[in-house]
Design a protein. Structure first.
Length: 348
């Protein structure tokens, strides 16, 4: 395994901004992950694990340790208890796995079509979209414990999944390097049509007598909806030069929701766990007076989707960060709600 020096990180991210890694390596197997971790430990270097770079904002200063890119490939399949287990290496492209599962008529991740990045990142943030989260299908996560320098496994119940959270980005942040994820999918299962955009797309009027759309049609619909919002990577679409949805939908108490609704009228919301309420971050941003296309330097709010911050070309990480803070300030002043960014902020 080659350890390189002074490697620009911008090309490894979908935002295409950021400085250099002091050291950079690519691991294609668990032994190589261990080799890189040991190398960094011997030199007292910090380690950052890089996947597809789709949920990452790297500072202009870069990272002074080792950036370890995980490129473990391979997808294995087996039958278990009526489910088909797709066991995918952490470096497998996520959307390629979704397409493979749908090609085999297996339900469980169809609404997650078009999400950029790799398999290893999905359990970390409990990736979700259009009413579906990976926690609904993950059966097992294999990883390397960077403290004990040994392989470990977690069953789904041990991962601590919640909205955009898991043990891997909260209590055990930075401890485990995910190497493989098993997804238990349903052969011949029906697609999940729970999100408003999908319900509208598959209204009775549009179904032409069909009772349930196929998995393939749901994938096509999700891709079309995401593409209309600039949420599908396309080198010909500058609006897709982003990290996807930049802000999480905030989860507030019922009393907090009622306070906001009393002042602002009808507020788009969804029921969340433990009696709390999830608010629509895009609506909060728009109601705070932030318009699509608003720019700071070469960074801007997408003209297609308020939640996306885009690199208009030659933006700096500082441009993105200043725009992020401006949006947060406007929402805080208008509603008293703190928007949290979805991307990992490296080197800030």
């Amino acid at each position: 395994m080659e350890i390189r020096e002074k490697v620009r990180l911008a090309p490894y991210t979908t935002l295409q901004v950021g400085g250099e890694a002091r050291y950079f390596a690519t691991a294609t197997s668990e032994p190589e992950v261990l080799e890189a971790l040991c190398w960094a430990r011997e030199r007292s270097l910090g380690v950052f694990i890089l996947g597809g770079g789709s949920n990452l904002l790297v500072s202009d200063a870069g990272f002074g340790g080792l950036v370890l890119r995980i490129a473990i490939g391979g997808v294995e399949r087996r039958e278990m208890g009526g489910a088909r287990i797709f066991s995918a290496g952490a470096g497998v492209e996520w959307d390629a796995l979704v397409a493979q599962a749908i090609g085999e008529q297996c339900a469980g991740i169809e609404c997650l079509s078009g999400i950029p990045g790799s398999v290893g990142g999905t359990p970390v943030q409990n990736v979700g979209a259009y009413g579906q989260d990976v926690s609904e299908s993950i059966a097992r996560v294999a990883a390397i414990d960077a403290e004990r320098m040994e392989p470990v496994e977690f069953q789904a119940v041990e991962c601590g999944f919640s909205y955009r959270h898991s043990r891997f980005n909260t209590t055990d942040r930075g401890r485990y390097v995910i190497t493989r994820v098993d997804y238990a999918l349903r052969p011949g299962g029906a697609p999940k049509i729970a999100y408003a955009d999908l319900k509208r797309h598959f209204s009775p009027e549009s179904m032409s007598g069909e009772s349930v759309p196929s998995l393939a049609k749901v994938r096509e619909a999700v891709l079309a909806i995401r593409r209309s919002k600039g949420m599908v990577l396309d080198e010909n679409d500058p609006e897709s030069r982003s990290a996807g949805s930049f802000f999480k939908n905030p989860v507030v108490s019922r009393a907090e929701y009622e306070r906001i609704a009393a002042a602002a009228g009808q507020v788009p919301h969804y029921d969340a766990d433990e009696g709390k309420v999830k608010l629509a971050a895009a609506w909060l941003i728009e109601q705070s007076g932030m318009t699509k296309g608003f720019a700071v330097g070469r960074a801007a709010i997408s003209t297609k989707h308020t939640l996306a911050l885009v690199n208009r070309g030659d933006a700096s990480a500082d441009d993105i960060a200043r725009l992020m803070r401006h949006v947060q300030d406007r929402v805080r002043k208008r509603f008293g709600v703190e928007l949290q960014p979805e991307p990992v902020m490296l080197g800030f």
